[in-house]
Design a protein around this ligand. Structure first.
Ligand code: PRX
Length: 572
């Protein structure tokens, strides 16, 4: 029976008493010890007497189900780690995972960590160019992938001399392998019962997650094994996971939620989790919850809004009474969605706010704390947050004023650098604060209310896409002279990509050309980055120094004040 009391004490009490040492004590970790996330999530849980407990319940497209115990996971992650060592992959080498949500992806991350490698998960829907930019930047040594995605890797191989191995996890031998390819079947490989786990220390690099910014190429936020201290305790307190829970995180490990709270946090807590590799429909999701008796569910506002659109009739067709705690992340969770979920499931979604860079949850609604629908909640105990002035970056003390969310550095899961880009990393810190780039206000009770991003990055369905990356891809199309990409409002996805395009001489706007351009971006980057709307223009608004003012175009889409445009070169 699940204990009715939340794991976390009442918020104010916890804030007074909390120390990260508490997490270290529970993990039996002392400063200076070795700490390997792969080992903590598998071997350690087995040693705690849970070897036969189910770690993963996985369901594929055709509802086939696979189950793995913590001991299965321990052995399979050993097997992967040994396989990589035999390939002469060294500690510190980057190993990419480019796969759908198959068990190999989950165990692959832990296997890489166990042998000291740096796991670089990339979303399997990425196109060749998105993949190339990230593999080239990280100088990745090996990539795990599936037959269905290998063609994208083959196309960019010539540009990736450092990529030595392409490991295909579902090769059936029906076609000959090509240059640098090797088949590896996790289930059929000789099992490795004992493996000497790499003796990583707190600051040993663990995971590299690429995230998009406004300018330049995507940046690799580099995390370390010590992140476990944050991820373990936030999972326990915010997701409120308990020993008998069946947990479902809907995020893909290609994004940070899918690793921090879809791999590390829950398994370090020894909790059973479910993964669904089939597509989204309300019916599918409710069936999944009903079938596996999911108790704790971590999802995203876009999905919740899509469920809302589907209505409560579908909800009523299913027995969802196993659910006891719901959380959300990735985008603003509108008040209506919280209220609707109370109606539909008898439980509110608890909003959580954090970033790839923070590695773990930052501002959250806690079990037992009063939810103000539409608010992100309050800072995690042990973290110091504030809002700072948007120009001076000095803390603001006036309630209700909009400023930028800033955090005092030092929590365990914070990124340690951007890969090969210390300059960009350093620029995130001003006056002793880590600047999030998000605008918010704080009310009289200390609740944070999200206002928007302070840059041009587009958040579509909870995924960040960088306008610069899309504009660069667009410029490679023969017809395009220049372009500007902004987010436009969307009722379900919050924002979708809109491109303003000026054509080269000799090209005329047409529906055909529009579709061709959309497809061009989809193939190169991903469906997320594909413009949902294209507006052909004669020219784009620019500053006198020639910089395209996305801000002006964005404000028009959102019906907002344009602000100071005194430096604009051309008329709007
Ligand atoms: O703008 C904020 C938004 O998503 C950004 C972080 O995106 P990413 O690094 O991909 O990580 C997403 C999952 C942790 C933030 O800078 N964001 C995230 N959570 C929320 C949010 N915006 C509003 N409310 C949230 N709860």
């Amino acid at each position: 029976m699940t204990d009715k009391l939340p794991n976390m004490k009442p918020y104010e009490e916890e804030v007074k008493e909390f120390s990260w040492d508490l997490s270290k004590e529970e993990l039996n970790y002392k400063d200076g010890d070795t700490i390997n996330i792969g080992e903590y999530c598998t071997d350690r849980i087995c040693k705690l007497g849970k070897a036969d407990k189910t770690a993963l319940i996985w369901e594929g497209h055709s509802a086939e189900v696979k189950r793995y115990t913590f001991d299965d996971m321990r052995v399979l992650t050993n097997t992967i780690a040994k396989f990589l060592q035999d390939l002469k992959i060294n500690a510190g080498d980057r190993v990419c995972l480019f796969m759908d949500k198959v068990p190999e992806l989950y165990f692959g991350v832990l296997g890489i960590l166990k042998m000291g490698g740096i796991a670089q998960p990339l979303f399997s829907a990425f196109g060749g160019e998105s993949l190339l930019t990230r593999l080239d930047d990280a100088q990745t040594s090996a990539i795990f992938t599936q037959k269905k995605h290998v063609a994208k890797v083959r196309k960019i191989l010539n540009d990736l001399p450092s990529l030595k191995h392409i490991i295909i996890v579902d090769d059936d031998g029906s076609k000959p392998l090509r240059e640098r390819e090797i088949a590896f079947n996790m289930e059929k490989a000789e099992k490795v019962e004992n493996f000497d786990v790499y003796p990583s220390k707190a600051e040993t690099p663990s995971i590299l997650h690429y995230t998009s910014g406004t300018t330049g190429k995507p940046k690799g936020a580099q995390h370390v094994h010590y992140s476990l201290i944050s991820q373990y305790i936030t999972t326990k307190y915010v997701l409120d996971l308990k020993d008998d829970d069946i947990y479902w995180c809907t995020a893909d490990p290609g994004w940070v939620t899918g690793t921090s709270y879809g791999i590390i946090g829950p398994w370090a807590n020894g909790v059973t989790q479910c993964v669904s590799d089939s597509g989204f429909t309300a019916e599918n999701w409710y069936k999944f919850i009903e079938k596996h008796k999911i108790t704790v569910w971590y999802s995203a506002p876009t999905a919740i809004r899509a469920l809302m659109k589907d209505g409560t009739e579908t909800v009523k067709k299913h027995d969802l009474s196993s659910l006891r705690h719901l959380c959300s992340v990735g985008e603003p969770l509108n008040a209506e969605a919280v209220i609707w979920s109370e109606e539909a499931f008898g439980l509110p979604f608890h909003d959580t706010y954090w970033q790839t860079e923070t590695g773990s949850m930052v501002i959250n609604n806690y079990p037992g704390m009063k939810i103000k629908p539409g608010s992100m909640g309050k800072p995690f105990p042990g973290m110091t947050a504030t809002i700072v002035d948007l120009k001076t970056y000095e803390p603001l003390d006036k309630q209700g004023t909009v400023g930028m969310i800033a955090l005092k550095p030092g929590w365990p899961a914070m990124m340690r650098t951007y890969w090969n880009n210390k300059k960009a990393y350093d620029s995130k810190f001003v006056n002793g604060w880590y600047l999030s780039g998000d605008r918010s206000s704080i009310d009289e009770d200390g609740y944070y209310w999200f206002v928007g991003r302070d840059d041009d990055v587009i958040n579509t369905a909870g995924h960040l896409v960088g306008p610069f990356e899309i504009e660069s891809a667009l410029l490679e199309h023969n017809a395009i002279a220049e372009s500007a990409v902004v987010g436009k409002p969307d009722p379900v996805n919050m924002e979708v990509v809109k491109a303003f395009i000026a054509l080269n001489p000799g090209y005329e706007p047409s529906k055909m050309l529009e579709l061709e351009i959309m497809n061009f971006v989809r193939k190169k980057l991903s469906a997320l980055a594909m413009p949902q709307e294209i507006e052909f223009v004669d020219s784009l608004p620019k500053t006198r120094s020639g910089k395209i003012m996305r801000r002006v175009l964005r404000a028009k889409e959102w019906g907002e004040e344009i602000g100071d445009i005194s430096t604009l070169e051309n008329d709007l």
